[in-house]
Design a protein around this ligand. Sequence first.
Ligand code: MG
Length: 467
Amino acid sequence: MLNVGDMMFMRLFGTNGIRGLVNKELTPDLALTIGSAIGTFFNSGTIVVGHDARTSSPMLAEAVISGLTATGCDVLFVGMAPTPTIQYAVKTHKVDGGVIITASHNPPEYNGIKVLWNDGIEISREQEIEIENIYFGRKISYSKWDSIGGIQPLSSIIDEYIEAITQHIDVPKIATKSFHVVVDAANSVSALTIPKLLRILGCKVTTINADINGTFPGRLPEPRPENLIELSNVVKSVGADLGVAFDGDGDRSIFVDETGQVHWGDKTFAIVIKHFLSANPGAKIVTPISSSTLIKDVAEAFNGEVVWTKVGSVTVSHTMKKLNAMLGGEENGGIFYGPHQAVRDGGMAAALILNIMAETGKKLSEMVEELPQYYLEKGKVDCPNELKVQVLEKLLEDMRSLNISTIDGVKIWFEDKSSILIRPSGTEPIYRLYAEAKTAEKARSLIREYDLKLKSIIASLKSASTN
Ligand code: MG
């Protein structure tokens, strides 16, 4: 996560843009220079800028805007808004790019800078390298005094974004159901869009953690089940039809059914796939290789084609664009609905789930009940970074006869529908193991088997290197 600390390796960007501890790693000085490098990269275009609800976000946004305008870019300033709202602004206002100040689901002392291309999707690794080269090579190109950029507010975007979502669902049908929905906005930006959207859909809305507060006093901004106990209790006590929780910047949403049960994102993604493929047979479904076999089962049962990608939301977006695919998803609650925009969008996901509930007349618990059930087990094995590549090569030698994918680490699918994904961590000297099976015991036994296999490969490589 501490990408700013990686500067000795001449990297600014990590897997999620630039992230760091505010005023330790990510200071206003740094944000100003990064803003100038981004502005030089865009070469005096027009850039949308927005930020999340963190205490440091206005400060860092001002610094980035200074850098952008100093290098001749005009800025359309959204102010505080969810990440997908800012992405939608970039796409619809026909600008050259965007910058979002956010650290998504990280704790409140962090912040970050994401750079968007003119389609609202984060820039590619190659484009990040161009910005890093400008930054580290001190190639910033400041404008003359008479061509410094201007700043205009873009205050209409919240309403434009909500309106855009309603274009993709059956609003009158949802409204006839008068759903009662509990929204947990994580004291952050989703409070600006979701209650308003749901009221347009005729829902009765109860909110928790809806006062915006950059210290996130209500709960941690990662919507993991253990952080959603209050939401679950409120859904039960008010007798709501649905609960929905967002991450810190509103691009991911996790749902709670009417019994108070929290469902992880692979379940809700599978429900969206089913509905989408019923209307779009044969469509491509884009998802990272780490996703559950549930996704494959449901997509294939409804005549869809799964396209596996490397792990990471930007890769899913870029793959959707390349293949003109209209649906993508991640198990952490990220749904990418192409007809709206090919990026994760928590508001669009909530609208889709309500649309499906209205069209099928089913409760969320009933729809989850219909899905195939899998059990997940995780493991990790210590492995020195310098051995990671050889370990993977050695592992693959033994596996030629198996059904495998090497898109990201190695994933093996077995005949009995169990699977295991073995991936080197990008940040720690370990391999991570994710096993999935029809029984918990089978998943545990896969972890045990591959834990031993990896340890023996690592031991033999270590002894070979010392001999
Ligand atoms: Mg996020």
